[in-house]
Design a binder for this molecule. Structure first.
Ligand SMILES: NC(=O)c1ccc[n+]([C@@H]2O[C@H](COP(=O)([O-])OP(=O)(O)OC[C@H]3O[C@@H](n4cnc5c(N)ncnc54)[C@H](O)[C@@H]3O)[C@@H](O)[C@H]2O)c1
Length: 353
């Protein structure tokens, strides 16, 4: 087996909390260094993972030849500079979502990195969630028929916590759920249905910060309607449901047994469904126990994304999601903000303007 790929991380906040267990659980990776401008956070994280190389200045970490991959887990308005410098230094990059703060930065990043051999990917871990992969397969195989609509909900009480990060309160720093959280769904809608979002509209309410709770809806090029609710002031939930003209499928992303499919003419309360669900849950139990120490089925999505990314580096394969995907979902997010402000529906061009 070839030697592990060295991964160095900038930003020791919440994103690092969910990524580091994934990185450290993979034999293909070796966590080599950490950077954070906050020395308390840096020391705490480095001590927890036994990391010697610690940097208050992220540039030192990028220019250390010992590091092959740079993970950028800082607030969105810092992504552009850190990603650009890492690629210039010849590193591969995993940058968290949203890609950058505005479309001009996204375009510059795409242009400046176009001739580089570096692999660059965005932290859309939901694409790698087991149930999302199953859902995508069901849609592609036609098991659900023509898709009429998709609905989702993603909530947590993050805004009520003491350590609610400042950037998440401010749209101009990439915060607010219409940008920072819903951007996962803009990517997911297009990834799942394999078609573009053509129209988007949104409503939001602000309190502890901009867009603490929001509703976003749209129409795909296929005609399918999509919608989701997001909140940072509600109990944790993460569900996405796809309704086709042959069947509907529901993915409950925090549950190891969360994928359920209902054919036309059946309903959730039916005894057949309940027995099948019990059987499926029993069959999934060993896997649930196996993934529990690494955070269960949801956190396993981060592990699967890292595995994909590292394999793409090792075997020089195209990586997904890429910068174009990151730009595309950012463009939708910015259009959704304009829709929330104006009360209008925004039309998206093919290039996402
Ligand atoms: N994929 C996911 O599910 C997921 C989950 C959480 C966060 N995120 C994304 O990850 C990114 C970070 O979010 P977070 O919630 O971890 O934020 P956070 O505030 O918890 O952590 C960010 C860290 O970056 C550090 N930092 C800030 N400026 C720095 C600088 N100049 N140099 C070095 N370090 C610096 C801060 O001190 C902090 O420790 C955001 O883009 C967010 O959208 C993604």
């Amino acid at each position: 087996m070839s030697s592990p790929i060295s991964v160095a991380v900038i930003g020791c906040g919440y994103a690092a909390e969910v990524h580091l267990p994934a990185i450290c659980s993979l034999k293909q990776a070796r966590l080599t260094a950490l950077a954070d401008s906050d020395s308390t956070r840096l020391e705490a994280m480095a001590n927890r993972y036994g990391i010697e190389r610690r940097h208050l200045d992220w540039r030192e970490l990028i220019h250390d030849p010992a590091n092959q991959v740079i993970a950028v887990f800082t607030p969105p308005h810092l992504h552009f500079e850190m990603t650009r410098e890492a690629v210039r230094a010849g590193k591969h990059v995993m940058v968290e979502k949203p890609l950058v703060a505005d479309l001009a930065e996204a375009d510059r990043l795409i242009e400046e990195t176009s001739s580089s051999r570096a692999k660059i990917t965005i932290g859309y871990n939901l694409r790698f969630h087991r149930q999302i992969r199953q859902l995508r397969r069901l849609i592609q195989d036609g098991a659900l028929g023509n898709i009429e609509f998709v609905r989702g909900v993603a909530t947590s009480p993050t805004a009520l916590r003491e350590n609610f990060p400042d950037y998440r309160r401010k749209r101009e720093l990439g915060g607010g759920v219409v940008i920072e959280l819903a951007v996962h769904y803009y990517d997911l809608w297009e990834h799942l249905l394999d078609t573009r979002l053509q129209h988007v509209t949104a409503m939001s309410r602000s309190a502890e910060g901009d867009d603490i709770t929001a509703f976003v809806a749209g129409r795909m090029a296929s005609g399918a309607l999509v919608s989701a609710e997001f909140s940072l002031k509600a109990t944790e939930q993460h569900e996405i449901e796809v309704y086709g003209d042959r069947a509907r499928a529901k993915a409950s992303l925090y549950r190891f047994d969360g994928l359920r499919v209902f054919a036309l003419g059946t309903h959730e309360g039916g005894i057949g469904h309940r027995l099948r669900h019990l059987y499926d849950a029993a069959m999934r139990l060993p896997e649930a126990l196996w993934t529990a120490p690494a955070g269960g089925v949801f956190l396993n999505s981060f592990r699967q994304q890292w595995r994909h990314f590292l394999d793409c580096i090792r075997y020089d394969r195209p990586v997904h999601p890429d910068l174009t995907d990151g730009r595309r979902s950012l463009a939708i997010a910015l259009a959704a903000v304009r829709a929330a402000d104006s009360g209008r529906t925004m039309q998206l061009q093919e290039d996402g303007q």
